[in-house]
Write a protein that binds this ligand. Structure first.
Ligand code: ASP
Length: 326
């Protein structure tokens, strides 16, 4: 081998080493994004149909929940902690169809469903058809962290929640006559108001949670999409999704998982995937509703095919904003 050939091989080797080193170097330029998005249900929400004061009350509660969740992230809390903190605020408010304020079954009871998922390890937990757990989202998290199961239902779920020290209440806790009647009138036939949160924390971990009273007048122990992982809630390393709407359609179309699958396998953007599912697939099938989703880069998408959806978001790059109508 002559000198020139040796020199050429050496320079090629040095060049190759440099390119690999560049690739391995973390992308310092990419800004850290963290934050969360919230929904409070989608439905027939038209401006003027709810009073100004009720509209303000909804917006204020959505902002409060968003800011409580954001504060958790700000102080280095996990996306799971933020999801639970924000949903707890909404569950404790009679404005939404989750926790206190949940809709009534055909038999005049409140049967609540909730689920949560950790996008970093695909752990998940859910409760369905519970009437005595004050904050079903906390029970869903306990199922994920303190049991070997993913979903518990009815009395068994209530016993489990009590056994891990969660607050249990009399079923009448969920009923507030005055609030209930005024809300019934205000929101008319469409009794939506399921709540959900998607979140990205400072470590880049995504999480999603959903909590609901289900659909008004439900019978025979009907369970919707909200406690079903892959239907109403899903999170993986790429995105977190929480849905609201006519649950039967969200189950049949595996909506929350479909968003994740479109991103993972079809390389769609968050916006493309979510818009297509809500405004094409689901709409063509007659399924009304919407979803909120966040991806690992902090993008947020909140499509709905109804006239309105209670929603809000905040990230370290965007101030709190809340909306109801289109
Ligand atoms: N998706 C919920 C259910 O079907 C209801 C809702 O989001 O309004 O139970």
């Amino acid at each position: 081998m002559n000198k020139f050939a040796l020199l050429l091989i050496l320079s090629l080797a040095i060049f190759a080493c440099q390119t690999t080193a560049q690739k391995d170097k973390p992308n310092n330029k990419k800004e850290l994004v963290y934050g969360l998005a919230i929904h409070g249900g989608a439905g027939n929400l038209v401006k003027g149909k709810i009073s100004d004061s009720l509209e303000q009350a909804y917006l204020a509660k959505l902002k409060e929940a968003t800011e409580v969740g954001y504060a958790v992230l700000e102080s280095n809390g996990s996306s799971l902690d933020a999801v639970v903190a924000a949903i707890e605020i909404l569950e404790n408010s009679p404005l939404f169809n989750a926790g206190k304020g949940a809709v009534f079954t055909h038999e005049g009871k409140n049967e609540l469903d909730a689920s949560i998922m950790n996008g970093s390890n695909l752990q998940a937990g859910a409760v369905a058809g519970v009437s005595r757990i004050k904050n079903p989202i906390k029970a869903a998290r306990a199922v994920m962290e303190k049991s070997k199961h993913v979903m518990l239902s009815g009395k068994g779920a209530e016993e489990f929640a009590a056994s891990v020290g969660l607050d249990t209440v009399s079923p009448t806790y969920f009923f507030t006559q005055k609030r209930f009647e005024s809300l019934q009138r205000a929101i008319s036939a469409e009794k939506h108001g399921t709540v959900g949160v998607v979140c990205l924390d400072k470590k880049g971990n995504l999480a999603a949670g959903t909590s609901t009273g289900g659909m008004t007048n439900k019978k025979f122990g009907r369970i919707g999409d909200s406690p079903i992982i892959g239907a109403g809630t899903y999170a993986d390393e790429n995105c977190a999704v929480s849905c609201t709407g006519h649950g039967e359609y969200f189950i049949r179309y595996a909506v929350a998982y479909d968003v994740a699958a479109q991103i993972k396998y079809a390389q769609k953007s968050l916006k493309q995937a979510t818009e297509e599912i809500i405004n094409t697939k689901l709409k063509n099938a007659g399924g009304s509703g919407g979803l909120i989703a966040m991806d690992k880069d902090g993008n947020i998408s909140m499509p709905f095919n109804t006239s309105g959806m209670f929603r809000a978001f905040k990230t370290n790059q965007k101030e709190t904003q809340a909306f109801i109508f289109d």
